[in-house]
Design a protein around this ligand. Sequence first.
Ligand code: GDD
Ligand code: MN
Length: 351
Amino acid sequence: MKVSVIVPTYNERENLPELFERISRALKGYDYEIVIVDDDSPDETWKLAQELSGKYNVRVIRRTKEKGLSSAVIRGFKEASGDVFVVMDADLQHPPEVIPSLLKAIEAGADIAIASRYVPGGRVENWYWYRKLISKGAIMLGRLALPKIRNVRDPVSGFFALRKEVVEGVELNPVGFKILLEILIKGRYEKVAEVPFTFGLRKAGESKLSGRTMFNYLRHLYRLMRWEGELDRLLKFSLVGLSGVLVNEGFLWLFVHLGIDKYIANIPATELAILNNFLWNDLWTFRDLRKRPLPQRLLSFHAAALTGALFQWIIYVVLVWLGMNYLLANLVGIVLSFVVRFLFNRHVTWG
Ligand code: GDD
Ligand code: MN
């Protein structure tokens, strides 16, 4: 098994000597190459990498027209000659000593092995609590939006290994810098393993990722949801919800006209709307995801409806109490209830 360690770089000159030395020590006994993909760094990282290629087995790709972390990694995949690809940063926040554990996980049968900050034993060094919170919140959002990766603890890690077949011939979108997320959605794989590691401090130089990062991440999630068909599901779920409103109103009108008490008639009308929604979601929105037995799905759908209603009510009460206009508060509640019901059904009822 030959290993290609792919390292995207931009202004990382000062980190190269230690990086190469530690990789070569960690991979002693392995057949490996290091592939540096540099975007014509002003500090001439590419040049130093070329100079060091006498001492270490380094190949340098100097890109002058393209830019960007993800596209650099994708370029690395194309140039690499190994059977297994390792992707890591140059700034030593990713300790090379972890690479053998990643390779062992691959040897043990994983198609993708992630160096993870968020499995037991993993951590980040020197992050304020709010940075951790943002990072974890962003990951949680991704796992909710993309059920395919819901069991992955650190789907945005920049440090991972994979068999080359996972990405071979797969069209990866180079926009955005969460290349692992892209691979986890579009790649061809069965088994993912996560190996704990400590995301350390940058040795030298400065981070290139900031500012619009969060916004870009959300856009990336949106694109991947569309690609996965999750956005279609959301749309179908909304249409079904609208049909439920009609059913609810229609039966309420009917029951009241049949002489049933107004205070009571609302209950069977609502139940009929729930049944209507269940039917269409089961036959249409989530047709391909019918794994649980029917009675269980039906029960779970009711639990989702109840949970949604509860959220709606709590949000309404809290926002009105905080002084928000009651109609607006109700609207916020409705939207939240919709999201809660969709996620509940997507992950549990048809999970
Ligand atoms: N070729 C190329 N082109 N390389 C780049 C570019 C670029 O436009 N931008 C950044 N890099 C290289 C850096 O030189 C470094 O080796 C690596 O990509 C990561 O860049 P950093 O600037 O150090 O990123 P970070 O530390 O903020 O983010 C890291 O951690 C995140 C998780 O918190 C990265 O590994 C992210 O991918 C990861 O999501
Ligand atoms: Mn970094």
